[in-house]
Design a protein around this ligand. Structure first.
Ligand SMILES: NC(=O)C1=CN([C@@H]2O[C@H](COP(=O)(O)OP(=O)(O)OC[C@H]3O[C@@H](n4cnc5c(N)ncnc54)[C@H](O)[C@@H]3O)[C@@H](O)[C@H]2O)[C@@H](O)CC1
Ligand SMILES: Nc1ncnc2c1ncn2[C@@H]1O[C@H](COP(=O)(O)OP(=O)(O)O)[C@@H](O)[C@H]1O
Length: 487
């Protein structure tokens, strides 16, 4: 999927788009004329001209179909030979088509739809959203064609960004047809839902002040127990590359004893040598005396850190959870909870988050989400992230090909940066470090800061090799991506 647009990108659900339509002062007929004009322009681009080209329009019963019919007429005037069928008609197999326009259904799709067979591998231009995709979740509601390009109106629809959307919508273009979405979803930081763009990173990434000193952007990573130091090393390297002025790493002493783990794993003995931490990292030991009571106090007493990142290679167990919960209560710093800190948390951890006043960020993948919430996120990832944010009072970052970041106030940010090269162990540890650094550096809107960090992480990955990409490659690429995006 490619984006042709830059700048603040509102993302609407079909219900919100319907509300925008309903509130429009202009007649639907005029909007349809403009939408059809935009479809025709886009089609001419894909056709590489008008005269002599052949196109077929699949036009459904609603406004989406009306857009397609207007486009058909405009294309005819440009010399394109156009045939039209309704959503159930088969496509003439005898014509050598240069383009099929999918105007069967848009956001009004209410039951599964399977389009007719496509003749060969003819390019498809989808109007608003490929017919057969759920406009909210991007899940299948039928069997959509895979579009070469999609032209959508007024604003992006969430179904283009989530689920199967990115795979099925091709290149996405947002056409302005004179509708304002502001009244429905707000603007700027107050936007209900937005896609993070490169422009947002340039605008919102927190910078160091000229008179900064290293403690003004310090990150303390609590993780990296014996046998799992690699995770903390990746987080530390990423925090440094993302601009943290001071990076500390501590492994809670409770994790290092056999008796401290629920599953009886011997994490203290017999492990391989630890992964080297970046040489700039300061390793601080935590008070072992007093066990679980000691280390949260040691961390919370250090008032100079801007952000704590807890969980990368931390190890799991009741005593660890006890320590994390206590630390959440004691510390006033922003906290990112990742990996092991999420896996065994459940309701107790969510309650501890809900009692905090400072920023808390939860960064689960689907398994960790289920451990926290007692149920899988399901198809509606917007709703899933919102549920977690509401339950915990934290910023919920739900990982996936498109990352969904939700705030407890209902706002959501999406990042579609990155691709499958990130599906490799340790990239999440890097993300936690980047978020930690961004929070330590900045005092801006926390939701934007976290989402922009996710976008930087995804963008950075695209600078790495398509095959054999390792999480260890990523921190340096984060530095390079920031150099590129933040000027
Ligand atoms: N957003 C806007 O302001 C504008 C939207 N326009 C287009 O209008 C679309 C929304 O219009 P509509 O609400 O008419 O929605 P659709 O054009 O998606 O069609 C909905 C109609 O199809 C029927 N239907 C739904 N699923 C079906 C199925 N599987 N089989 C058979 N019939 C089915 C519904 O009962 C309803 O009558 C947008 O996606 C966009 O393409 C444009 O016309 C211009 C303005
Ligand atoms: N197919 C994919 N496309 C884009 N991003 C992906 C894909 N798979 C994973 N990611 C991203 O990679 C990261 C993986 O994090 P995580 O699962 O926590 O890894 P780990 O625990 O091994 O460090 C997340 O930021 C996630 O959004």
């Amino acid at each position: 999927m490619e984006w042709q647009t830059l700048g603040v990108e509102p993302v609407l659900t079909p219900d919100e788009m319907a509300a925008v339509d309903a509130a429009a002062s202009e007649r639907m007929g005029d909007l349809v004329q403009r939408a059809g004009g935009a479809v025709a322009r886009s089609a001419l681009g894909l056709l590489g001209g008008g005269y002599g080209r052949r196109a077929h329009v699949v036009a459904g019963p609603g406004n989406n179909g009306a857009d397609g019919r207007v486009a058909a007429e405009l294309l005819r005037r440009r010399g394109v030979r156009v045939s039209i069928g309704d959503h159930a008609d088969s496509i003439p197999a005898d014509a050598a088509l240069d383009l099929v326009i999918d105007a069967a259904f848009g956001t009004g799709l209410s039951r599964p739809y399977a389009p007719p067979d496509l003749p060969g591998d003819v390019p498809v231009l989808a109007v608003d959203i490929p017919s057969g995709l759920d406009g909210r979740t991007g899940g299948f509601c039928g069997a959509p064609w895979r579009a070469t390009a999609t032209i959508t109106f007024a604003a992006l629809k969430s179904g283009l960004l989530l689920g199967h959307g990115p795979e099925f919508c091709g290149r996405v273009e947002v056409a302005d047809i004179g509708l304002s979405v502001e009244a429905e979803v707000g603007t700027g930081d107050h936007l209900t839902r937005a896609l993070i763009t490169n422009g947002d990173v340039g605008r919102c990434w927190p910078r160091r002040a000229a008179d900064a000193h290293k403690w003004m952007s310090a990150v303390w990573i609590i993780g990296g127990a014996p046998g799992m130091t690699g995770a903390a090393a990746l987080t530390a390297e990423a925090a440094g590359r993302a601009g943290a002025g001071y990076v500390l790493v501590s492994a809670p002493p409770t994790v290092g004893s056999r008796s401290s783990t629920d599953d009886g794993r011997d994490v203290a003995g017999g492990h391989l040598p630890g992964a080297p931490l970046p040489v700039e990292t300061v390793v601080r030991s935590l008070a072992a005396t007093g066990g679980v009571d000691g280390w949260p106090h040691t961390v919370a007493d250090e008032q100079r850190v801007g952000a704590l990142v807890i969980g990368n290679g931390l190890g799991c167990g009741t005593l660890v959870l006890d320590g994390v919960v206590r630390l959440l209560a004691l510390s006033d710093a922003a906290v990112v909870l990742d990996a092991d800190a999420l896996g065994a948390g459940g309701a107790r951890l969510l309650d501890a988050c809900a009692h905090r006043r400072a920023t808390t960020v939860l960064t689960p993948h689907d398994g960790e989400y289920e451990a926290l919430m007692g149920e899988a996120p399901g198809d509606d990832r917007l709703a899933a992230a919102a549920r977690l944010a509401e339950r915990s009072g934290a910023i919920a970052l739900l990982k996936g090909p498109t990352t969904v970041v939700a705030a407890p106030d209902g706002r959501v940010r999406l990042s579609s940066a990155g691709d499958q090269r990130l599906a490799t162990a340790g990239t999440g540890d890097v993300l936690a470090g980047v978020i930690g650094a961004a929070l330590a550096l900045g005092e801006g809107d926390a939701l934007t800061t976290v989402a922009v960090a996710a976008h930087v992480h995804g963008t950075a990955a695209m600078g790495g090799p398509a095959t054999g990409f390792r999480a260890g490659d990523l921190p340096k690429l984060v530095g390079a991506a920031l150099d590129d995006l933040v000027r």
